[in-house]
Ligand binder design. Structure first.
Ligand code: SF4
Length: 305
């Protein structure tokens, strides 16, 4: 047990490049203070929303949840911009871009409920969601098997999220070269860029991007920086997570599927939002926009036929 802990803490071979945390310089934090305050204000407002602790039972989000999370992300991006300039990361390659797409072989890990809720609401509306859900299930199952394969105990419930089994399983899984299902493989771009997880946002590959190929021998030593939330906002984010009480996992793929199950295949609306109709094929039915010029044009043509 103690040995496991020490291995998890110091064992380089168990850590993926995306797990090595980089401290933001003090001067960067000072410069970004307004955005740090903005993040804190958004977290405070989220925590104060009526019904934020009842999402699991109400199967609805309090009005304004997504907007506040996006506001938080906007401040986080500004914070990252300032911190990355201080660390001279302007040339670094990011996951979810054509140059950084290889980083998307690593399944996002350490993703919270709030992040997952907002991502779920976006992907549930995609026309190819049924296909994406299947790919998430397949990728998630394989990831779990890879982790379980490195777990010495018999009880999978006892796998420690910071232990070597999870780290080694994630590495083995990345080496299968199956990209995150949320990556547009043709364009090499993240399809949830605006709301992508914090772990993806904060990852900067500073070495040769070719080395982000997890099958390479030198992959684990890939030069990279990983910026995280400032400590106070990290604590506030964790507290908010506890308040949500959704009991999700740290894995994005699993979380999207758990949420899908929670809402029985439907959409997870905010209070006051009109319901989204889901067709028999599992695809969200979009309402035709009757005000669109093209819609009017085609309406007339269709009648004449
Ligand atoms: S969420 Fe986006 S950036 Fe993150 S791994 Fe998936 S595709 Fe890449």
């Amino acid at each position: 047990m103690v040995l496991d802990f020490l291995r998890g803490l110091f064992g380089r071979k168990h850590r993926l490049p995306i797990d090595r945390v980089t401290r933001a310089p003090r001067a960067a934090k000072k410069e970004a203070q307004a955005h740090i305050d903005g993040m804190q204000a958004a977290l405070d407002q989220l925590g104060a929303l009526d019904g934020i602790a009842d999402i699991g039972t109400a199967k609805r989000l309090p009005k304004g949840t997504e907007g506040l999370w996006r506001e938080f992300l906007g401040h986080y991006d500004e914070y990252l911009k300032i911190a990355s300039t201080h660390l001279k990361l302007d040339e670094a390659v990011r996951p979810g871009t054509p140059e950084g797409r290889r980083s998307c072989y690593v399944a996002p890990f350490g993703v919270t409920g709030l992040e997952s809720l907002v991502i779920f609401r976006t992907v549930r509306l995609w026309r190819d969601f049924p296909d994406i859900a299947q790919r998430l299930a397949k990728a998630g199952e394989q990831l779990f098997k890879d982790i379980q394969g490195h777990h010495a105990g018999a009880d999978p419930e006892k796998i420690r999220m910071t232990g070597p089994a999870v780290m080694q399983g994630r590495l083995q899984n990345a080496r299968r070269l199956v990209p995150c299902p949320l990556l547009d493989e043709e364009r090499g771009r993240c399809r949830v860029w605006e709301i992508r997880p914090l772990v993806c946002r904060g990852h900067f590959v500073t070495g040769d991007p070719e080395r982000s190929d997890p099958t390479r021998e030198d992959y684990v030593d890939l030069p990279a920086k990983n910026l995280r939330l400032p400590i106070h906002q990290q604590v506030a984010h964790v507290q908010l997570e506890k308040r949500l009480g959704l009991e999700l996992t740290p894995f994005l793929y699993a979380n999207i599927l758990v949420l899908l199950q929670l809402v029985e295949g439907q959409m997870l609306p905010e209070i006051g939002e009109p319901p989204t109709r889901i067709g028999p094929d599992g695809i969200a039915v979009r309402k035709a926009n009757r005000n669109k010029g093209s819609a009017k044009k085609h309406k007339g043509k269709g009648r004449r036929r």
